[in-house]
Design a binder for this molecule. Structure first.
Ligand code: NAP
Length: 245
């Protein structure tokens, strides 16, 4: 059986991705770090829609915890493997570089970049053996164009694009595709501290004149996760309302 694992599936974009993949027929493994209640809510929503889901909590920045959780999951699921991996867990800690402290730099690189590495490395082996896999990473417009106040976040999100392109070339012959999506501005918990006035200003630069929704990001992820996207690899799909990148 092919399972889908979504890191940071408890809230926001990750929740919408869980719902999308469940709708496509995959049993979904919902990862979260600390908000178990939100993860439970995602699971209930999947089940209300007729899907199947389970929770798997671990911190993507903790390599030992990632290995332990995924090893135990594999032991408990001899019937299948994670064929669809969505690296969605992410955080931002904005500051102008001149004021940025080590913790702000390190935590953002740890979650958005090291998390991608620890989880993908562990799940890749089974995809290669089974000769089928879909790896989709949620990058950002910041990783393509760079955003002031986000040197840490832009660096991490650009790095996962580089890793996506390199890995796509490593594993293509085994029918494992590796792609990324790069959302623009999507209202979620991550963006709720952005002042209304600034957000309204930003809208004026978006050709479609509005912010995106988690469902619109999930639609792109769902396409890349589908069997019909089998000839697309090493690609980045922007979901940003037409902002020039
Ligand atoms: P969000 O609402 O803040 O949700 C973040 C998710 O990541 C939560 O499920 C959280 O789990 C999880 N998470 C954070 N650190 C983790 C860790 N160390 N280990 C495991 N899970 C962790 O954020 P979002 O807006 O949905 O963002 C999702 C992804 O889209 C991120 O990669 C973000 O960078 C990217 N993105 C967002 C936007 C946007 O405008 N919103 C734009 C471009 C890209 P808990 O619930 O347990 O805390």
């Amino acid at each position: 059986m092919k399972y889908a694992l979504v890191t940071g599936g408890s809230r926001g974009i990750g929740r919408a991705i869980c719902l999308k993949l469940a709708e496509m027929g995959y049993p979904v493994v919902i990862n979260y770090k600390s908000d178990k209640a939100a993860a439970e809510e995602t699971k209930s929503l999947v089940e209300q829609n007729g899907g199947v889901a389970e929770l798997l909590g671990f911190d993507v920045t903790d390599a030992t915890a990632v290995d332990a959780a995924l090893e135990s999951w594999t032991d408990q699921h001899p019937d299948g493997y994670v064929a669809i991996l969505v690296n969605n867990a992410g955080i931002r800690q904005d500051n102008m570089m001149v004021f940025m402290n080590n913790e702000q730099w390190d935590s953002v690189i740890d979650t958005n970049l090291h998390g991608f590495f620890y989880v993908t490395r562990r799940l890749l082996k089974n995809m290669l053996t089974k000769r089928y896999g879909r790896i989709i990473t949620v990058s950002s417009l910041s990783g393509i164009k760079g955003m002031p106040g986000q040197t840490n976040y832009s660096a991490a999100k650009a790095a996962v694009i580089g890793a996506t392109k390199a890995l796509a070339q490593e594993v293509g012959t085994r029918k494992v595709t590796v792609n990324a999506v790069a959302p623009g501005f999507i209202p979620t918990d991550m963006t709720k501290d952005i002042p209304e006035e600034y957000a309204e200003q930003m809208k004026k630069f978006i050709p479609l004149g509005r912010f995106g929704t988690p469902d619109e990001v999930a639609a792109a992820v769902g396409f890349l996760a589908s069997e019909s996207a089998g000839y697309i690899t090493g690609e980045v799909i922007s979901v940003n309302g037409g902002l020039y990148t």
